[in-house]
Design a protein around this ligand. Structure first.
Ligand SMILES: [Zn+2]
Length: 450
């Protein structure tokens, strides 16, 4: 018990330190950008002042817009804490009031077939969890997004997406949980090793099917036809050794105005998709630099590397979960009505322990992705050779991601580099390639004047 409590306190501590660091970074204000990138500027060609160029780009974002974006993103830090705490509380209630035990008994009354018992328990579990955390989900996914002007959905449309997500969760969760419990019952003590392996195989399976079977449940994907955009993108793909013949477009405007693109899938389903907001709101150089970034993910094998790195995190997480469950069961197992680790009623405890683990390792998981994102940025700059367009796209992403955080804040909370980091990299690149400067991009206003 002591260990679990310590972990919990530790995660709380990490959060408080990170949020304190945020406040400090804000107090330092824009001085931060100057001091951190000063040495870079002095190394660059004297004709081009990287620092001044970064400042000029950051200044394209109006004060009010930046304040709104900061408030939105910083609010997200707290939401991570509330999400975590609400999960912990709900799981504890399920255990303490023996709801989990009753859900198991119900599943056992319905069928004698064990895999089906596990699946029946899972359906009850995910529905109870969804209902219990629904007020927070509505605030987070609907009310708050509208408050910051980031959502295009009516409540009905949003609810429809939630229902689809629940259905997907029921099916995919059962596909993972049923073999996982089968394994625990068969293997016993060292279940966590094979449990982690099974989970990784499941994640790879999910990554494989998601672009073809899951993503289209939420958005319409079509092949990008416009030759003015498609041709330069495919030319860049060929130049970078990517055997793509198609680029996909999806109607992200169904949900919001956010610009984004992604590389998704695995092996045979790997594809590059860009959203319609990007197409509507950006110039061709901006689209090209974004695609250069996405091609970087592809060429640098980020999906596979991510799987390996997350694999390490997951194996350690399962070891942690195994110890946590054993400790808690030896103490409270009887009063919760849980027989042993192979009893599916243990699930809330497993979720609770794993939530603590992933909450505490947030900075590690963010750093894994952020590092790969920065690599893709470098790749995109070299592939598209559009540093000014890159800086403009970074500004657009600043609509929902804080532009200028402190270094600790970026380390803890950012799964992508901040706008300032990205623009600094673009301007550093531009300093070494002055011939690529684009006055049109530099002077293009990025935010509608209110
Ligand atoms: Zn990326």
């Amino acid at each position: 018990m002591g260990r679990v409590t310590k972990c919990f306190l530790w995660s709380f501590f990490v959060f408080v330190v990170a949020i304190a660091a945020t406040a400090e970074a804000r107090a330092q204000g824009s001085n931060n950008a100057q001091t951190s990138s000063a040495p870079v500027a002095s190394q660059a060609a004297p004709a081009f002042d990287v620092n001044a160029a970064v400042k000029a780009y950051l200044a394209k974002m109006p004060q009010a817009e930046r304040a709104r974006s900061n408030a939105y993103f910083e609010g997200g830090y707290w939401l991570q804490l509330w999400d975590f705490l609400s999960t912990v509380v709900v799981m504890w209630l399920l255990l303490h009031f023996r709801v989990s035990m009753r859900m198991r008994d119900f599943a056992e009354r319905i069928t004698r077939f064990r895999p089906l018992q596990t699946a029946t328990y899972w359906v009850q579990f995910i529905i109870v969890l969804t209902v219990a955390t629904f007020p927070l989900t509505i605030y987070e996914g609907y009310i708050r997004e509208h408050k910051y002007g980031l959502s295009n959905q009516s409540f009905g449309q949003w609810m429809r997406d939630q229902a689809v997500m629940l259905a997907v969760g029921i099916v995919l969760g059962a596909i993972l949980i049923v073999p996982l419990f089968g394994l625990v019952r068969r293997i016993g003590k060292n279940w966590w090793v094979w449990g982690a392996v099974t989970t990784l195989v499941f994640i790879a399976f999910f990554a494989l099917i998601a672009p073809v079977y899951i993503a289209p449940l939420f958005n319409k994907y079509t092949k990008l036809e416009d030759p003015r955009i498609k041709d330069p993108i495919l030319s860049m793909a060929r130049a970078n050794g990517i055997p793509a013949t198609d680029v996909y477009e999806f109607d992200a405007s169904r949900q919001s105005n956010r610009v984004s693109a992604n590389v998704s899938g695995f092996a045979g389903t790997l594809r590059i998709s860009l959203n319609d907001n990007l197409l509507k709101r950006c110039t061709l150089p901006e689209i090209e630099t974004t695609m250069g970034h996405e091609m970087g993910h592809y060429v640098l094998n980020h999906i596979y590397k991510g799987l390996v790195m997350n694999g390490v995190v997951i194996v350690i997480g399962f070891a942690f979960m195994s110890r946590g469950i054993n400790l808690a069961l030896s103490r409270w197992g009887k009063s919760w009505g849980i027989r042993d680790i192979g009893d599916v009623a243990v699930l809330p405890l497993a979720v609770l322990v794993l939530s603590i683990y992933f909450f505490v390792t947030t900075p590690i998981n963010n750093t894994i992705t952020r590092t790969m994102e920065f690599e893709a940025d470098m790749y995109g700059l070299n592939a598209a050779r559009q540093p000014d367009a890159e800086a403009n796209v970074d500004l657009l992403l600043g609509e929902y991601r804080k532009m200028d955080p402190g270094p600790i804040e970026e380390f803890v909370f950012f799964d992508h580099p901040s706008g300032r980091t990205r623009i600094t990299a673009a301007m550093r690149w531009k300093a070494e390639h002055p011939e690529t400067a684009s006055p049109e991009e530099l002077n293009r206003p990025m935010f509608p004047t209110p």
